[in-house]
Structures are given as C-alpha cells and as structure tokens.
Design a protein. Sequence first.
Length: 233
Amino acid sequence: MTSGVYFLIDTRAGVRLAREERSLDAADPARSAVEAMIAGPTDPDYTTTWAPGTRVLSVRRSAGVIEVDLSADARRANVGSEAAARMVQQLVYTVTEVLGRGMPVQLLIEGRRAGELWGVLAWDRPVTRGRPVDVRLLVQIDHPGEGAALTSPVSVDGIAAVFEAQLSWQVLTADGAVAQQGTTMTSRGQRFAPYSFTVSLMPGSYVVLVEEDDPSGGAGGTPMSDTRTIIVR
C-alpha cells in the first residue's frame, strides 16, 4: 500500500509539514510509515530531525488511541520549541495517515509515556492533528514524486490552500530557464483542496515548481512553494 509520510520544511511562516507518498510494508504499514519518517525524505528540500538511530518498537491501537513506541534514541534531537512542536505533528500526521486521521496519538519511549522531550516540551497525553492551515505547507505536490522518470505529457497534482484558490506553476530546465508556465485553480479558496494540471515537455531533466499566488507583492514574505525534479524520457 501507499501512504503519505510527513517531513519538515522551512517557510515564510516557520517550520511546516510536507508530504511524500511512500510504498509501505503491507504487513505493518503504520510501523513502516514511521520508519520511513525517521529515515528521512527523498526530496532535498525536506528534512527530518528525528535521531536516525531511533527504532520503532511497535505501533498499535489501544482504547481509541494510537500508541507509537520508539527506542530511547527518540529523546535525542537538537531543535528549538517550534521545530519540536512540528516533530510532534510530523509523527501524528504520519501515523494517522495510515490508521485514521481523527485518532489521537501518544508517543511511548521504551514502553513509557514520553513526558519531557528535547528540553522544550512534554508529550504526556494523546495529541491529535493540528489544523492543516496552521501546520502544513500550503502548496503541496503529491505527484510526480522526486526523481520520477516519466513520458510526456506530464500530469502534476497535489493539494493547496491558497488565496482565491489560485496557484502559479513553472517547469524549469536543468539550467533554470522557463520551459513552460501557467496557472491552475483548486476547488476551494483558502481551505485545502486538490489541484492538477498537465504539461507537454520534450525529453530532458526538469524542475516542476508550484507556488501560491502573492497578492501582497512580497510584503507577506516569500510565497510558499513546492518543487519536484523529474526526468522526461
């Protein structure tokens, strides 16, 4: 099966969650998703700050709560309060993408509630997903994946929450020249909703860039965007 695995990205609004679709072990997809989250992203714009030596001991439902039990290495992270809060949501979003988006999540470490973590917060009770507009990257490419090899025409799709439902996109060549550009719409204004577009390209290596519209003319900071490097055969 496939599911979204979440990572961190710096934006004009601070650290946000970005999603990569991953193929998971069908025998234990929730555990597989958390392992992928810890191992890190394929997109070089994303990152994870969970200690790489962290082992997933178990992921299970118990009395209406998802319990994720990690090894003691999970206590090691050199992050401030904002990134730490996003790490919590990173785990919550990743595991609930598999087991149920409305379920609360409790982190255990070696079988016990995590409590104080990373010197900046405590995870001593179950946590639910934060509001997407508060914690997620507002412009997300879901397909194609990073490094995908495709044939033309190329279909791009994702999810976004943007001003007046409008997104701009560009396809850049390996040397940064604009090969194609345009706009597309989501179905619902500033609430997360799907978008898609299709573009015809000659064989070569490209970067697909999708960006939120910026009615402030830069006053609100650098617009949120997402990119994927692709190869067209």
